[in-house]
Design a protein around this ligand. Structure first.
Ligand code: NOJ
Length: 768
């Protein structure tokens, strides 16, 4: 039996419309009447979004402000990029007294927390803890809404298989199933689980739609070359799940797909997003994505703006393409009034749902800003959450957990670097107060703790300068930033080695600067930068045990480190409470429980590298050396250094065999796959039990493995639990060659285990 996904979504959409009929028609009536009073210019004005002019918190609203001038003409529907309640209140007042008097929507990149910063999204995903993820978005919504923001440019749900892409840091990794579950949790966290927006709930903007993470060669903004089938199976699920969870808006991405940039791609924006996924909110372009279609070679600003509107884009961020050209396009018959009305209506609906017509100032309450941001409670949660985002990759001779009486040398450029704990896309005013690794360890230790910077980031200070100040140089091109380093390298190194030699254990804090990942931060080398690797080599020579704590926005090549370091803890950028959370794990206050959501490569040449790859006709075992005429490399293994789903604990878990309640299933049936998991070590700990499937023979080729379920459980030392997964046709379905969502008959391997490689297997047959 084939399940037609399109029909299912249309059906659920129809039900949704019927069930919400009363409220919907109230809104419709209100908007009908409002739009009947609006001029064409005012309608086009609603389609225009501008930034507040840099991410300024001390913004002053004056008459020569471009946004004020636009507002006075009724040519602005929203402003993003400020959390300054006073300034936003001024803007809102001007919006209400100008044009059609329609309130502004206020957007912001709230990506991993707001004032209380949580670990970067890639780190968050490694918790595999949907409850904590939802709660983190809930707290971010409270904090952001208390700063006047009612629309967040989050969740970022782009699947990425290539660690060279800097924006891998902003998403949930390489797996579409996990990405889909996280996308839903984030939408629920920000928006709540019902249709109403309480004053501390905000509208989400799911980004970057679509397929932005498929950028060729991992170079940011690059073209995406994927078949529709691969796009649907490997990348689209999180976007679709976010729509199911009720996401209020989407952001169209910079990349092209099938020769058409996403912002003018009707297949993506209308056929798939609305007609198939059932989304009924509005779509905003990414910043300047409309005007960038001129450089893509699609036409001049008027042409690309008209195409974008017709394809299903509703709001133009920062290009002034809609506001500048749509009137002309209408006069020339290149767009219709209905196209403009449709987009305007969707934006007004969002404002209506947010309650802005009832009270345009409902989010602009200055007393909430201080009371509800950066609170003790939120910081306590940041610590609890960050503890679950630390991935332990190696722990030789149980060097961890540390003995509280051991003398520790905390060494490296990230040892005492508060603001580097923030990660990319963090807009907290408090990043200088974030808890450093050195501070966390000092609080936890009962013995002497020393620190040293140890090295520069790179041997080439110019490279470091251009990365560190890249963004600032755009905003302030004439500003001078001075040297990144005053102290010579050899002086730093000598101090570090002396302190290391006088300690019992070294905690080496190295990695990537915040600005080395995120937007416009692709890399072709994935090793720890040269100067820092030299530091690690010198520390190793002291003969003391070395625990590597890695700050990074992406998977790195840890070839030398995995051979030479005693322990490796991947800490990402862990946010406001980084140092406390890291120390909690290092000292065994909690056992690490995070697991990778991206494959860590052996060599950059393996990229793109992902566990859910196809087999090819000449498969080559992941960990066997070169053999001619099979699909492998002459100079490197196929397998990752650390696989998807992998992460160590201080305890040990044993998995029993996989049992199926029945080994045959009809298309409308359901079976249960179960496994017993025992904590056989001495620590109470959490474990993420993972379910993978493989369709043995299929009408199209399928990945060697695909994650289709997981459960994070707590097990006390010595305790056992049986974990059950319900499996039905939906669990096994995929988009076939005709792009139908189907569950095909035949045998499926059902695999359960602690990561994507150590799996117990059973076979399930799907029958007609
Ligand atoms: C560009 C980025 O791609 C996007 O993620 C962000 O939301 C917008 N700029 C607005 O800041």
């Amino acid at each position: 039996m084939k399940i037609n996904h399109l029909k299912i979504s249309l059906l659920s959409l129809a039900c949704l419309l019927l069930s919400g009929c009363g409220q919907k028609s109230e809104m419709d009536k209100f908007i009908d009447s409002l739009m009947s009073e609006m001029t064409l210019e005012q309608k086009i004005g609603q389609l225009n979004l501008h930034s507040a002019g840099g991410f300024v918190s001390a913004l002053r609203v004056t008459e020569d402000d471009e946004n004020v001038q636009l507002l006075r003409k009724g040519e602005l529907g929203g402003i993003y990029g400020t959390g300054n309640v006073e300034a936003m209140t001024e803007y809102q007042k001007i919006a209400l007294e100008s044009g059609a008097g329609i309130p502004l929507i206020f957007g912001m990149d709230v990506i991993h927390g707001h004032q209380t910063t949580f670990p970067i999204p890639l780190g968050i995903s490694t918790s595999w803890n949907l409850d904590l993820i939802e709660k983190s978005a809930r707290i971010a919504a409270k904090e952001a809404s208390a700063c006047g923001i009612n629309w967040v440019f989050s969740p970022m749900v782009d699947i990425c298989r290539d660690a060279r892409w800097g924006r891998i840091a902003e998403g949930s990794g390489e797996d579409p199933y996990l990405g889909g579950e996280i996308a839903k949790a984030m939408v629920y966290g920000y928006q709540g689980r019902d249709d109403e927006f309480a004053v501390d709930e905000v509208m989400t903007c799911v980004k970057h739609y679509a397929l932005y993470g498929g950028a060729e060669a991992g170079r940011d903004y690059n073209s995406v070359f994927l078949s529709r089938q691969e796009a649907l199976n490997g990348y689209m699920r999180p976007y679709a799940e976010a729509a199911k969870a009720g996401a209020g808006s989407y952001m169209s991405s910079f990349n092209e797909f099938e020769g058409i940039p996403a912002s003018a791609n009707k297949y993506l924006l209308t056929d798939l997003l609305r007609d198939s996924f059932g989304f009924d909110g509005f779509v905003v372009s990414d910043a300047t994505a409309v005007v960038e279609m001129v450089a893509h070679g699609l036409g001049d600003l008027q042409e690309v703006s008209a195409r974008a509107l017709q394809a299903g884009l509703d709001m133009d961020m920062n290009s002034d393409g809609f506001v500048g050209t749509l009137r002309k396009s209408l006069d020339e018959g290149r767009v219709s009034e209905a196209d403009i009305d449709r987009a305007c209506r969707r934006i007004l609906e969002a404002k209506y749902k947010l309650g802005l017509f009832d009270d345009p100032f409902r989010y602009l309450d200055p007393s909430r800003q201080a009371e509800q941001n950066w609170t003790e409670e939120n910081r306590a949660f940041a610590r609890e959450f960050a503890r679950e985002c630390q991935v332990l990759l190696k722990n030789d001779n149980s060097v961890l957990p540390l003995d509280r009486n051991a003398r520790v040398a905390v060494i490296g450029p990230f040892a005492d670097a508060a603001s580097e704990m923030a990660g990319c896309w963090a807009s907290s005013n408090h990043s200088n107060e974030f808890v450093t690794i050195y501070e966390g360890i000092s609080e936890a230790s009962a013995a002497k703790v020393t620190k040293a910077e140890g090295s520069w980031i790179f041997n080439d200070p110019e490279m470091e300068e251009s990365i560190k100040y890249g963004l600032m140089k755009i905003f302030a091109p004439n500003m001078s930033f001075g040297k990144v380093h005053e102290t010579p390298k050899n002086v730093l190194l000598a101090e570090a080695v002396a302190k290391a030699a006088a300690s019992d254990v070294i905690v080496a804090c190295v990695g990537e600067l915040n600005n080395m990942s995120g937007e416009g931060a692709s890399r072709t080398e994935l090793t720890i930068p040269d100067a820092q690797r030299e530091l690690l080599m010198a520390l190793k020579k002291t003969g003391k045990p070395v625990v590597l704590v890695l700050t990074t926005g992406r998977p790195l090549v840890l070839d030398w480190e995995s051979e030479n370091m005693d322990a490796i803890l991947v800490s990402w950028a862990s946010g406001a409470e980084a140092g406390h959370a890291i120390a909690d794990v290092l000292y065994g206050e909690v056992s690490p429980s995070a697991k990778l959501t991206t494959s860590f490569p052996r060599s950059v040449g393996q990229e793109p590298l992902y566990y859910n790859h196809k087999n090819t006709g000449r498969p080559h075992p992941d960990y066997e050396p070169y053999r001619k005429f099979t699909s492998c490399y002459t100079d490197e293994l196929n397998g990752p250094l650390f696989p998807f789903g992998f992460g160590l604990s201080y305890t040990s878990f044993e998995y029993g065999p996989v049992t199926l309640s029945k080994d045959e299933m009809s298309h409308d049936g359901e079976i249960v796959a179960s496994v017993e998991v025992a904590n056989t070590g001495n620590f109470d700990a959490k474990e993420t039990v993972q379910l993978y499937i493989h369709d043995v023979y299929s009408t199209s080729t399928r990945p060697a493995k695909e994650l289709r379920g997981f459960e994070k459980i707590s097990l006390k030392a010595g305790e056992k639990k049986t974990v059950e997964f319900r499996i039905n046709a939906e669990t096994l379905s995929y988009y076939n060659h005709s792009l139908e969502w189907v569950c095909e008959t035949g045998d499926y391997e059902i695999m359960i285990g602690p990561d994507s490689e150590r799996l117990e297997k059973a076979v399930l047959t799907v029958v007609d």
